[in-house]
Design a protein around this ligand. Structure first.
Ligand SMILES: [Cu+2]
Length: 149
């Protein structure tokens, strides 16, 4: 709510405002299926835009971890949100480098709680940060999605 008000004030105060926009990704829980997820799972933005992650789930603590091998080379982003985001907590990140940013929720990684943000255009293979040392995720995904209904 605070963000919305602030946004309105800024928009009113700076009519020449640049192209930068704010997007929100919700961290959700479906009570019927038990599925935890990021919504939207895939988000397209422009460089300089800000993405706000907000936990709207009253039952689970979530977080956001960018995957070291799943962000553009030279991207200047914090690799991780606060470890425990409770309902109503937000974490924002401004993305300035074009490319694909893959992230997941650490506690629910095995349940497939993950998403991606495309800044301007998807990364080509050699734009990905393949030489980042940490994080040995097998590429190709791990077939089993865990959370069946
Ligand atoms: Cu989660």
């Amino acid at each position: 709510m605070k963000n919305i008000l602030l946004g309105a004030v800024l928009a009113a105060g700076f009519p020449m405002m640049t192209h930068a926009a704010e997007y929100t990704v919700h961290m959700t829980f479906d009570e019927d299926s038990g599925e935890v997820a990021f919504h939207p799972k895939r988000l397209e933005v422009k460089s300089g835009d800000t993405v706000i992650f907000e936990n709207v789930d009253a039952y689970n603590v979530h977080n956001v971890m960018f995957e070291p091998n799943g962000i553009p080379k030279g991207a200047d982003v914090p690799m991780m949100s606060p470890e425990e985001m409770n309902e109503g907590d937000t974490w924002k990140v401004t993305l300035t480098k074009s490319g694909t940013y893959k992230y997941h929720c650490h506690p629910h990684y095995d349940l497939g709680m993950a998403g991606e943000i495309i800044v301007d255009h998807p990364s080509s293979k050699d734009e990905m940060n393949m030489d980042a040392g940490m994080g040995h995720h097998h590429s190709g995904g791990h077939g089993n999605h865990g959370g069946h209904r």
